[in-house]
Design a protein around this ligand. Structure first.
Ligand SMILES: [Zn+2]
Length: 318
């Protein structure tokens, strides 16, 4: 099993004993995320530690077989691409850690529904379908930590940095001794330098663009001052002092603002804000909803509303 499993995994060395793992062909767009394996090192950690590697069960098993035993798994936040398959690691006897309160999303899809405010816009049935296409399964037990806490596993130190523009308990990982900085889901999603991506994601009510811009600046500062290498949930490895990730993320937010501003300019200025947002949503500015099938347009409409409301609020076009 493991040989064929490895064909669907990309394994890159970040340092000689830290690996970045990526699963090709996830079951759905939001099913998986890249993460790090901290291999054992004498005087640091006697067992492998997994940082936010949400991949399908057969791949978790293959990794465990080749690089195990694994003692601990640390999750970065409660979005679907970071929670769907964590149960697979738990099944292998790994202790699961996650930031509070989104740690609860690993235990029950209802929590995922309520914590992000889906309940204000869509039916739970829709979120159940979303869970199904991403193959979500719940964990039995999760050890919660406060976002911003420093985690210690034997002599391995992992500082968590709260980047809450993306979600309330979203954290990045700074590994001070290894000088590696994992910015998690902040929004640098270029799989290689030539390939464009979607950029920062701030579709839920609790997300904030102002906070996002602060988070990007903080991440840039930490990277330049404290790390040699940068990794993230959906990207290639970046070397200090390359600041591409931060420029990319700021540019994406700016472009979204321009798109919304253009849309606003095309509308009758006397319309109520609610009507303006309704009209903007029909333009498919952020997501190509018209091309989607089944329950997906409704789901994306909910997210896009989150994006558009925030940009309308910031717009100078009134
Ligand atoms: Zn996320």
């Amino acid at each position: 099993m493991s040989d064929s499993s490895f064909k669907n995994l990309q394994i890159s060395n970040v340092t000689k004993d830290i690996l970045l793992i990526h699963q090709f062909k996830p079951p759905f767009y939001f099913s998986c995320c890249d993460g790090l394996l901290i291999l054992p090192q004498k005087g640091r950690n006697s067992q492998t530690i997994v940082l936010d590697l949400n991949i399908e069960p057969e791949y978790a098993q293959a990794i465990n077989k080749k690089y195990g035993p694994i003692s601990d798994y640390v999750n970065t936040h409660g979005h679907m691409d970071h929670v769907a398959h964590v149960h697979a690691w738990e099944q292998l006897g790994v202790k699961i850690h996650a930031p509070f309160p989104e740690s609860n999303n690993l235990l029950n899809l209802r929590n995922f529904y309520e914590i992000f405010g889906w309940n204000e816009g869509v039916d739970f049935l829709l979120v159940e379908k979303f869970g199904e296409i991403n193959k979500y399964k719940a964990c039995n037990e999760v050890t919660a930590f406060e976002p911003g806490a420093t985690l210690q596993f034997e002599d391995f130190t992992c500082e968590t940095i709260n980047f809450k523009g993306h979600s309330r308990s979203h954290v990045g990982f700074l590994l001070p001794s290894e000088e590696v900085f994992h910015i998690s889901c902040l929004g640098f999603d270029q799989v290689n330098p030539e390939k464009d991506g979607f950029g920062p994601w701030y579709g839920f009510k609790q997300c904030s663009i102002d906070q996002y811009l602060e988070d990007i600046s903080l991440a840039e500062l930490i990277f330049l001052e404290k790390a040699k290498l940068l990794t993230s949930s959906h990207s290639y490895i970046v070397k200090n002092p390359d600041i591409t990730p931060f420029e990319y993320m700021r540019e994406k937010i700016k472009k979204n603002q321009e798109l919304v501003d253009q849309g606003l300019k095309s509308l009758n200025q006397n319309l109520e804000v609610e009507m303006k947002i309704k009209n903007l949503l029909e333009m498919d500015i952020i997501f190509p909803k018209r091309k989607m099938k089944g329950f997906l347009p409704e789901l994306y409409n909910f997210w896009e509303k989150g994006f558009i409301e925030k940009h309308v609020q910031r717009s100078r076009i009134k």
